[in-house]
Design a protein around this ligand. Structure first.
Ligand SMILES: Cc1cc2nc3c(=O)[nH]c(=O)nc-3n(C[C@H](O)[C@H](O)[C@H](O)COP(=O)(O)OP(=O)(O)OC[C@H]3O[C@@H](n4cnc5c(N)ncnc54)[C@H](O)[C@@H]3O)c2cc1C
Length: 489
């Protein structure tokens, strides 16, 4: 039996895990915590992804933590700056010593009699098993597998004599100067890579099956930079954060209410950048409505600049098969390539791929329902940090961490040892957790917990509503059940 017990065990030392630790320090300073991290370094996504030009695709005033102003002039930041921001946070608040690296959680078993989770971990390169116990388990483990990205089964790939790379495992020794490069995909990674590679390659082709909405935004927020000169950093940050939250929400609502008008607006934006002769309808006019999939942002129109200059082009077609020297397309055309980058997405992971059991019974997460987008029905003392699909990740994760702290303090005040969301209302029907038509979501969504058709099981993807519920709403809402174990270790 494992002897060590911590009050809160945070799984993952990425953006949300380190943020969660700071919230605990601020709001539950007398609770012990530890962070367990599968990898040998902190930073999660921002350490893993190292392809050329890697950057945020939302602004740092909302991707940054509520408690720590983003001070750089760039609102759309490069990957290394974001990694530095996360690591500086861990260092400045003394979080770093609490991180146990190379500790991968594989199983967590809850005992109601003891009001404890017993967590099984694989430690070090040898993956030797260790156990830890905790009173509350907080999964800040992101949403995708680190081991491998998603690569479709391309016919003839074995025949290709050039280099084939997935951006999740970019090899920094890859020589791109003067090479002919094909980037497969049309999502955030593809639109980041294409202009960056085009600076040095002979030519870059973005090969997409279907188009994505692409919007150009300045990489600096002039208003934010001016305000920072006038106000103290914290006040300026709070102001700009709210401005961006409200602008983002307003634009999202506009997209949902008037999709045709927004479609026209977005198309006009691309046409303005690429000129009248460009086939915008073919390459930049998706068939779905704006925000049925993530909108892609390009800073200062860099993608459009690369296309206009002739250093990059877009090809909307289907891959028939790979050949020794490139890709043969369904249209009959061939794209010659020295390097093919498969920006074809991620493999989603459900809550860190941890296997759960409650009082000796294995839990099928697909049969649970997510409560307030951060807990699961019938899983006691467990929360997860999953961000928004239509706004910056950290907005939701900050709120989830605040809510976890409120729950912990509520339980302590009232002598409870655990709390469990219970699904008792038969009128609540099941819906997929994420309402997105993207391939990577469709491939995995069945394995995820469901959301419900109404509060508190429904996800509104709306920061203002979540703020009211999670920061100010009643904790004892009749859905979450509080209990006290007869004995607690
Ligand atoms: C290239 C890229 C760009 C992005 N840009 C943006 C953006 O601009 N705006 C935005 O809002 N979102 C963006 N996202 C989403 C992004 O992942 C989040 O913003 C954020 O970085 C996620 O932080 P996280 O800490 O929750 O998860 P991660 O960064 O994924 O970190 C999770 C950590 O948990 C660890 N872990 C996982 N499972 C276990 C386990 N079982 N045991 C122990 N440790 C475990 C992992 O090793 C990892 O270190 C981007 C994603 C990618 C891939």
């Amino acid at each position: 039996m494992a002897s060590e017990i911590v009050d809160v065990l945070i799984v993952g030392a990425g953006l949300s895990g380190i943020g969660a630790a700071r919230h605990l320090q601020l709001h539950c300073p007398d609770r012990s915590y530890a962070i367990v991290e599968a990898r040998e370094r902190s930073g999660g996504t921002w350490d893993l992804f190292r392809y050329p030009g890697v950057r945020s695709d939302s602004d740092m005033y909302t991707l940054g933590y509520r408690f720590r102003p983003w001070r750089s002039a760039k609102s759309i930041a490069d990957g290394p700056s974001i990694l530095q921001y996360i690591r500086d946070t861990a260092r400045d608040y003394g979080i770093e010593p609490q991180i146990r690296y190379q500790h991968r959680v594989v199983r967590a078993a809850w005992s109601s009699a003891e009001a404890l989770w017993t967590v099984t971990l694989e430690r070090g390169a040898a993956r030797g098993p260790v156990a830890l116990r905790c009173r509350f388990l907080y999964l800040c483990s992101g949403y995708y597998r680190y081991e491998a990205g998603y690569t479709p089964d391309f016919p003839g790939l074995a025949d290709f004599r050039g280099r084939f790379i997935h951006p999740q495992h970019w090899d920094p020794t890859t020589e791109v100067n003067g090479r002919r490069i094909v980037v497969i995909g049309s999502g955030a990674t593809a639109v980041t890579l294409v202009p960056e590679l085009a600076k040095r390659a002979a030519h870059v082709t973005m090969l997409q099956r279907s188009p994505t909405y692409v919007v150009s935004l300045p990489d600096e927020d002039a208003f934010a930079n001016a305000l920072r000169a006038l106000l103290p950093a914290r006040a300026a940050y709070a102001f700009v954060r709210w401005k961006n939250v409200l602008l983002g929400l307003g634009f999202y609502k506009l997209c949902r209410r008037f999709p045709e008008a927004v479609k026209k607006l977005l198309r006009a934006g691309v046409r303005r950048r690429l000129g009248k002769g460009y086939d915008v309808d073919r390459h930049f006019s998706p068939s779905y409505r704006p925000w049925d999939q993530r909108l892609c942002m390009v800073p200062n129109g860099d993608l459009f600049e690369a296309i206009r200059s002739g250093r990059a082009s877009v090809c909307t077609d289907h891959i028939e098969r790979f050949t020794a020297h490139g890709i043969h397309l369904r249209s009959g055309h061939t794209l010659d390539a020295d390097i093919v980058v498969s920006a074809t997405g991620l493999q989603l992971a459900v809550l860190g791929d941890v296997r759960f059991a409650v009082d000796g019974r294995d839990v099928d997460l697909a049969k649970t329902m997510s409560y307030k987008g951060m807990m699961c029905s019938d899983l006691p003392n467990l929360a997860f940090a999953i961000g928004y699909t239509n706004a910056s990740w950290t907005l939701k994760c900050d709120l989830s961490s605040e809510y976890v702290c409120r729950l912990l303090n509520h339980m302590r005040r009232h002598g409870y040892t655990h709390c469990t969301p219970r699904r008792r209302d038969p009128a609540v029907t099941e819906e997929p957790l994420i309402d997105f038509s993207s391939g990577y979501v469709r491939r995995a969504i069945d394995a995820f917990p469901k959301q419900g058709s109404r509060k508190p099981w429904k996800l509104y993807q709306n920061y203002v509503l979540d703020l009211l519920t999670l920061r100010h709403g009643r904790l004892d809402d009749g859905v979450i059940e509080f209990a006290a174990a007869a004995t607690q270790a």
